[in-house]
Design a protein. Structure first.
Length: 166
């Protein structure tokens, strides 16, 4: 699947898509520049729920074991709002320097790294495995003590390329 194909099956496509000024304002809010491929995707859609079933797999899982729930964007719908996800990140155990950009069907977050040294990497955050006290760093969340941040893809585009319509 391509980012354009994903954007085309998100509900609410009649809404005006974000312009570059709106995307830049969001970047100012979070204090980081988004990866170019993800910025381009945000310019296609405001985010929302999918029309149809989009599936993916993590390493070691059977093909199509997981499904995409909500695709976040610059929308007003609280569940799918990037602004809201950024605001509540510490309450949801999202590791520092990550931005939740999607959820799977079970409510697990899919998050994008904003830190310059790992910019654009994508992680699946398994909330059933998370543990520990406070908001972890990415390295802590990947480590054996927490172990709930699973590296999913090296970029947004690579992640979406692994999506399939079921």
């Amino acid at each position: 699947m391509t980012p354009n194909e994903l954007a085309a099956i998100i509900d609410g496509q009649t809404a005006l898509v974000p312009d570059s000024a709106e995307i830049e304002a969001f970047e100012a809010l979070i204090g980081a520049r988004l990866p170019d491929d993800y910025r381009a995707f945000l310019a296609l859609t405001r985010g929302g729920r999918l029309r149809g079933r989009v599936v993916f797999s993590l390493v070691g899982e059977e093909i199509g074991a997981e499904r995409v729930g909500c695709v976040a964007g610059l929308c007003g719908e609280e569940d799918c709002s990037l602004q809201e996800r950024h605001r509540t990140a510490s309450d949801c155990d999202i590791p520092e320097s990550l931005l939740s950009i999607m959820t799977d069907g079970g409510g697990n977050d899919i998050a994008l790294v904003l830190r310059p040294d790992r910019l654009g990497e994508v992680f699946f955050l398994d909330h059933e495995v998370s543990g520990g006290e406070g908001r972890p760093t990415l390295e802590d969340a990947e480590g054996k003590d927490w172990g709930y941040a699973i590296r999913f893809a090296s970029s947004f585009s690579e992640m979406v390329a692994g999506f399939r319509i079921a």
